[in-house]
Design a protein around this ligand. Structure first.
Ligand code: ADP
Length: 336
């Protein structure tokens, strides 16, 4: 779903790929995580072994897939890409694991959405590079042990809270990716603008950065829309000034602080339908016609982070800042 920072289609996926940094040095921001990963990779290289399993958590578009690719690239190992929803049976995972070449990096996106039986098979695989394959049914069923080539699992999840503890414990290193600040997003945009051939004065970069919801994937996408706008409407030597940026992004319903249509409809439902809450997540999701998983992993973390939404034991609430942004008088203000 393109609204939540995921690639919209194959073309965007390809462009996402073209804009991906291939080394830790080129990866913008997340300084702490970068340092930790660097040490992990260096130690593995010195000892000539596979790096430990790595778990990356955080909202979509913050660089989890990119980091998995960098881990493979920097350690000179092949990379295999898979995802939790594609692993619906233990057999799917057995086939995948037994086909890995020695030292391969296996990336499993949305690792929290794997089938339960596969999850249990993964515990043993991660720990001992071994799986037990069940053959037959009922009383005649037996398990056949199978040795695997050593591999490095890089798991990604938007919801680390949904991972069972035994799985989480088997990752040697866990990193939580944070939203990027505008200065970091400006760096991402500067780099991508060169690759896309767009000329952007610093003020225009800042404007895109402010509207990118703290997310590099969104920054890159907005930059492409600005590029389109310049191609169609022209500009002084194909340069996108701040007014061009504003016009292009307004056209795509990205507001002055980067909230998109879904962010705003969640806030408006919270404020208008539920008088600011508290309201349960599922009720809120139904009201705006979206999956509660999307609300919880994509919309809510950003609204909480910018202080527009709060979580209480009784449900979600809108803060006075949310009312102010929507220009809706706050009940307490009205009483004053
Ligand atoms: P995720 O897997 O977390 O959803 P991706 O790794 O697919 O996110 O990143 C989405 C896009 O954002 C990619 O095109 C990538 O190039 C860009 N990107 C993400 N993080 C960074 C970063 N730290 N520096 C530069 N580009 C980034």
């Amino acid at each position: 779903d393109h609204r939540n920072g995921e690639p919209a289609d194959e073309t965007e996926l390809a462009i996402d790929g073209a804009l991906r940094p291939t080394s830790l040095a080129e990866f913008v921001g997340q300084q702490k995580v970068r340092g930790q990963l660097q040490l992990l990779l260096d130690a593995a290289r010195i000892q000539q072994r596979s790096p430990d399993h790595i778990l990356l958590s955080g909202p979509p578009g913050l660089g989890k897939t990119t980091l998995a690719m960098i881990v493979a690239h920097e350690s000179g190992r092949p990379l295999r890409l898979s995802s939790g929803p594609a692993i619906q049976h233990a057999g799917d995972l057995a086939a995948l694991l037994s086909s890995l070449t020695p030292g391969e990096v296996l990336f499993i996106d949305e690792v929290h959405r794997m089938a339960r039986a596969a999850e249990e098979m993964l515990y043993l695989a991660m720990e001992d590079f071994r799986i037990d394959i069940m053959v037959g049914k009922g009383a005649g069923a037996t398990s056949i042990p199978l040795d695997l080539a050593p591999f490095t699992l890089v798991g990604a999840t938007t919801r680390s809270g949904l991972l069972p503890n035994p799985l989480r414990d088997r990752f040697g290193f866990t990193a939580h990716l944070e939203y990027y600040d505008p200065a970091e997003l400006e760096q991402v945009i500067e780099r991508s603008a060169v690759m896309l051939g767009v000329t952007l004065p610093s003020a225009a970069r800042g404007e895109i950065a402010r509207r990118s919801r703290g997310t590099p994937r969104i920054a890159n996408r907005l930059l492409r829309r600005v590029r389109d706008y310049v191609i169609v409407h022209g500009g002084a030597e194909g340069e996108a000034d701040i007014a061009t940026v504003g016009a292009a992004l307004d056209l795509y319903d990205v507001d002055a602080i980067g909230l998109d249509r879904l962010d705003r409809s969640v806030l408006e439902a919270l404020v208008r339908r539920f008088r600011g809450g508290p309201v349960g997540l599922n009720t809120l999701a139904v009201t705006v016609g979206e999956e509660s998983e999307t609300i919880e992993s994509v919309v809510e973390p950003y609204l909480v982070r910018i202080g527009f939404m709060g979580r209480t034991p009784r449900g979600r609430i809108a803060t006075p800042e949310a009312y102010a942004h929507l220009r809706i008088p706050h009940a307490e203000d009205a009483l004053r």
